[in-house]
Design a protein around this ligand. Structure first.
Ligand SMILES: [Zn+2]
Ligand SMILES: [Zn+2]
Length: 118
C-alpha cells in the first residue's frame, strides 16, 4: 500500500471538503476575496456616502487650475479629494474642510503628482 497523505476535513466551519492541509482551495479563494484590498485604504461605504453628499453641494472640480476658470468651463466633479493626501484613514479623513471636489482626470493627475513628484 503506498502511503497517502491523510486527508482532513477543511478547518473552515461548515465546509465538508476533504483537503490535504489547511483550508480547501475554495475556502482559500474566499478568504482572499474577503480580505480588504490594500488600495481601498478606507474608501468604504461610509466614505462613499459622505463623498456623494459632498459632491451634491460641490458639483464642479475645485482643483487649483479649475479655480481660475469660469464656472461653466470647469470639469464636472465626480470624486472627493483629500487636500492633505491622506485619504479617509487620515486624521482629517472625514473633515469637509480637508476635502475638495475633483473631476476624475484632475484627481488622477494630482494623485500621480503626489506619487511620482512633480
Ligand atoms: Zn473549505
Ligand atoms: Zn480641475
Amino acid at each position: 500500500m503506498p502511503t497517502r497523505k491523510a486527508m482532513q476535513v477543511c478547518p473552515t466551519p461548515g465546509c465538508p471538503t476533504l483537503t490535504p492541509a489547511g483550508p480547501c482551495p475554495a475556502c482559500q479563494a474566499k478568504a482572499r476575496a474577503a480580505r480588504p484590498q490594500p488600495n481601498q485604504r478606507g474608501y468604504n461605504t461610509a466614505w462613499r456616502k459622505a463623498s456623494a453628499e459632498y459632491l451634491r453641494d460641490h458639483p464642479w472640480c475645485e482643483c487649483h487650475e479649475c479655480a481660475d476658470l469660469p464656472m461653466l468651463q470647469r470639469d464636472r466633479a465626480t470624486e472627493v479629494d483629500h487636500i492633505d493626501g491622506l485619504g479617509p484613514l487620515g486624521p482629517r479623513g472625514f473633515d469637509p474642510s480637508n476635502w475638495q471636489a475633483m473631476s476624475k482626470r484632475h484627481h488622477s493627475r494630482k494623485t500621480a503628482a503626489e506619487t511620482w513628484g512633480t
